[in-house]
Write a protein that binds this ligand. Structure first.
Ligand SMILES: C[S@@+](CC[C@H](N)C(=O)[O-])C[C@H]1O[C@@H](n2cnc3c(N)ncnc32)[C@H](O)[C@@H]1O
Length: 231
């Protein structure tokens, strides 16, 4: 039998081999929703004053955005990631920052087990789009305060000439490893209308759906950024 390494674990292990995991870092000066620095909105879509607010990030990786929100906006942020190596990395980079906490595990389980509610929940190419939406969005909605915000960015479903799915099923995509090899994953590739339909079933209403495309580097929109609110 052939054991299959999780793509997200493999990605983190390769990245870790090439970086110093114990390095203390200063958080980035801006929240990023796409892979291009400075493109599109920043933290303001999570709310205009985040000081003292309770936030959760689903799929935080090494924690750059969570650290930014805690240090620059004085929010209380919990970053969750499936891969323990990413959480080790996040803690060693940003564990010293007040208001930033990191925990390993599945986003769905953390939402189910969390105590209290959150003012905003967000995902940057993280668990939203990688986990069955009918399960994840229902838990997100249950954990948000009334008026609370869900914001998430996903790879644009029409990137590089693709087409959004015509049903609610995931399709095969791949993760590009630091060494440029690829590993397959399942991804829910919805357009904004399909996300709106799924969100509304759980009591969330879309405020905005923005397509991000670098004007010089991208021939197609690369990122879909959705902001929704709990009614
Ligand atoms: C493309 S990376 C993005 C990381 C980070 N948000 C960033 O922008 O740097 C996707 C991350 O989501 C995590 N992930 C995937 N599925 C998850 C799940 N169900 N629960 C928690 N984390 C998940 C992966 O382990 C990986 O670290």
């Amino acid at each position: 039998m052939h054991a299959q390494v999780s793509p997200w674990y493999a990605h983190a292990a390769q990245r870790l081999a090439a970086t110093d995991p114990a390095q203390v870092l200063a958080p980035p000066g801006r929240m990023e929703w796409s892979t291009h620095r400075g493109l599109g909105p920043g933290a303001e879509i999570l709310g205009h004053c985040l000081s003292g607010k309770r936030l959760m990030e689903l799929g935080c990786g090494p924690g750059h955005n969570a650290a930014h929100l805690a240090q620059r906006h004085q929010a209380h942020v919990t970053g969750i990631d499936l891969v323990g190596l990413q959480i080790q990395r996040a803690r060693s980079h940003y564990g010293h920052i007040d208001g930033a906490a990191f925990a390993a595990g599945h986003a769905l389980h953390h939402l189910q087990a969390a105590s209290g509610s959150f003012d905003a929940i967000y995902s940057v190419f993280g668990a939203v789009g990688l986990t069955a939406p009918e399960l994840l969005l229902a838990e997100v909605s249950r954990r948000l305060v009334p008026g609370g915000v869900l914001a998430f960015s996903v790879p644009h479903p029409a990137r590089a000439g693709r087409h959004p799915v015509a049903d609610d099923q995931p399709r095969e995509d791949y993760v590009t490893m630091p060494d440029r090899t690829h590993m397959p994953i399942a991804r829910w590739e919805f357009d904004a209308a399909r996300w709106a339909a799924h969100l509304s079933r759980t009591g969330l209403r879309i405020d905005s759906a923005v397509e991000l495309r670098h004007p010089l580097l991208d021939a197609w929109p690369t990122t879909l950024l959705i902001t929704a609110r709990k009614s």
